[in-house]
Design a protein around this ligand. Structure first.
Ligand SMILES: Nc1ncnc2c1ncn2[C@@H]1O[C@H](COP(=O)(O)OP(=O)(O)OP(=O)(O)O)[C@@H](O)[C@H]1O
Length: 246
């Protein structure tokens, strides 16, 4: 069985420790994500969720341990367009003069050559992603003129247009209205049914049972992982949200 076998996990993280000068954000993290599965990443503020995404994207080198995406190092997996990322709201510069359609087209850059000329397949993928996220009529709008939910949908549309096998979503439900939340949840289920693997960080615990096949409870280390009903118990949540990070 090679690393591209459908039976192999999409993501394998082993003994991962990572952080910043003077900060140990992740310690000895082990996890696996099954192909076509939706996994929710749950943890208190500062528990290391965004750091885990950065390590999985190859943006933060491990201090110890390893991350393998489809058997490859993150940078290599990204070069072959296997990973897309939906950032947190705060990571987006809304003053940048760029339209919804241009943001979504960015999801196609890795499909284009060095010159980045959009072909009909790129334009079709962008039009489809805009339609699936209900944004077709906003395509010429600047992202600074959108509501929080519309802006989040724009970045989900960019990830859809990229057609990657693995999607990482950092707080896709933060600051979005109920209708955007329902639309995004439904879309993520459709993508998973088509084989996309997803890791989704969320503070929105009530929605996790409807959203995810599995949950990882993070508190610098993995406190628990498994089915939502096994992981989201009062006792485990108290450990994750009640404990200090020292
Ligand atoms: N660029 C950075 N430089 C220094 N410390 C950082 C940096 N980014 C995060 N940290 C620290 O690393 C730890 C983990 O932060 P991280 O952002 O990964 O947590 P999080 O679970 O995503 O939090 P939140 O839910 O608030 O987004 C925290 O102690 C945080 O203060």
């Amino acid at each position: 069985m090679n690393s591209s076998s459908p039976d192999r996990p999409a993501v394998v993280v082993r003994g991962l420790s990572a952080g910043y000068p003077g900060v140990s954000a992740l310690e000895g993290v082990n996890l696996q994500l099954g192909r076509g599965r939706i996994t929710a990443l749950v943890g208190a503020n500062g528990s290391g969720k965004s750091t885990l995404f950065a390590a999985m994207l190859g943006l933060l080198p491990p201090r110890t341990g390893s991350v393998r995406l489809f058997g490859q190092a993150p940078a290599k997996a990204r070069r072959r367009n296997a990973v897309s990322f939906v950032p947190q709201h705060e990571q987006i510069d809304t003053t940048f003069p760029i339209t919804v359609e241009q943001v979504v087209m960015m999801g196609r850059y890795t499909h284009m050559g060095f010159i980045r000329r959009a072909r009909s397949a790129d334009r079709e993928a962008v039009a489809e992603a805009l339609a699936r996220t209900g944004l077709s009529q906003y395509r010429r709008r600047s992202i600074g003129e959108l509501s929080g939910g519309q802006r989040k949908r724009t970045f989900v549309a960019r990830a859809i247009a990229q057609q990657a096998e693995l999607m990482l979503l950092d707080e896709p439900f933060a600051g979005v209205d109920r209708s955007s939340e329902r639309l995004i949840t439904e879309l993520l289920h459709q993508l998973a049914a088509a084989g996309t693997t997803m890791l989704i960080s969320t503070h929105h615990l009530e929605g996790v049972h409807q959203l995810a096949d599995e949950v990882i409870l993070l508190h610098r280390r993995v406190l628990a992982a498994g089915a939502p009903e096994d992981v989201l118990t009062d006792e485990q949540l108290a450990r994750a949200f009640g404990a200090s990070l020292s």
